[in-house]
Design a protein around this ligand. Structure first.
Ligand code: SAM
Length: 284
């Protein structure tokens, strides 16, 4: 067990700092203050973050931390924490770690005994969810489905019966194909597309999958798909599913029931006429 008191600790700290998802007005004073005060900012794309820093007059040095250098750079960041340096981690937009790099260095920092402190702010998933009009909790954040169609289908099949409102991220190039696959696998549920959140052309398209598919060709920009949870429950396989009718009757006979009573039970469980089961058991 390990207890972190974020505001009462001496050692170096890894801050996870939110950045805007489109609207610079969402950069909070606390985020700016932390980015100014740390020794180093680890950014998903330093060119992108440099522009943000320029707007808010943040002069802290930047280093890259992304999907392709997260192993070696993560280790380096831990050695910097060991030297007492405070580090802020940012992604290109929104919260680090949410469909963005960060998780591995967070886990490594905790393992090494450093405090990991969130500095909250914009996030596309929760912003879309709260304005979707779909039941906001319980919810499941899924992030991006696999790009490969067969894998995407499998993922959706696994999600088909889960009853929670589900949040997906999707690129505008794949949204049509994703909605078509959702229609086939999940059925014509209510969905919401939240597009260009916090930006000038922010838009919510609320309807069924079929209704949204009718307008999807025109949709551009960044988007979140919110999908209503399943109403339908998965039918549990019957315990006798692998028995043929004779084995099913024999099961009850072995339990001590009369043949007649066993036939009656089997007919009821299989929703068959009693004389049909009788015929199959005694005659065929
Ligand atoms: N870390 C980010 C967050 O906290 O929301 C998400 C980063 S993920 C790489 C990028 C995806 O988030 C986009 O493809 C889109 O699905 C969603 N997204 C980001 N900004 C958005 C916006 N302004 N409007 C709608 N969706 C957005």
């Amino acid at each position: 067990m390990e207890i972190q008191k974020s505001f009462k600790q001496d050692g170096a700290c890894l801050y996870l700092v939110a950045t805007p998802i489109g609207n610079l007005g969402d950069m909070t004073p606390r985020c700016i203050e932390i980015l100014k005060s740390v020794d180093l900012i680890a950014a998903e794309d330093t060119r992108h973050t440099k522009k943000l820093c320029h707007v808010f007059e943040i002069t802290t040095p930047l280093t890259s931390y992304h999907e392709h250098n997260k192993g070696s750079k993560g280790e380096h960041l831990i050695t910097l924490l060991a030297e007492g340096k405070n580090i802020a981690l940012v992604s290109d937009a929104g919260l680090p770690c949410i469909s963005d790099p960060g998780y591995e260095v967070v886990a490594a920092a905790i393992e090494a005994g450093y405090a990991v402190v969130p500095i909250p702010g914009a996030n596309a998933a929760l912003s879309a969810l709260i304005a979707s009009g779909l039941v906001p909790q319980p919810f499941l954040f899924y992030g991006f489905l696999n790009r490969i169609k067969s894998k995407k289908k499998k993922e959706l099949e696994d999600l088909k019966y889960q009853p929670f409102t589900t949040i997906y991220y999707e690129s505008p190039h794949r949204v049509k194909e994703t909605l078509e696959t959702m229609l086939t696998i999940l059925g014509n549920r209510r969905i919401v597309i939240a597009r260009e959140l916090t930006k000038q052309y922010e838009e919510f398209i609320r309807g069924t999958v079929e209704e949204v598919l009718a307008v999807v060709d025109e949709l551009r920009g960044e988007m979140v798909i919110i999908v209503e949870g399943a109403v339908e429950k998965k039918e549990e396989a019957a315990w006798w599913q692998d028995f043929d009718i004779i084995a099913h009757v024999d099961y009850y006979v072995k339990q001590g029931f009369s043949t007649n009573e066993s036939i009656k039970r089997v007919a009821k469980e299989r929703k068959l006429a009693k004389n049909e089961v009788y015929r199959l058991y005694h005659i065929d």
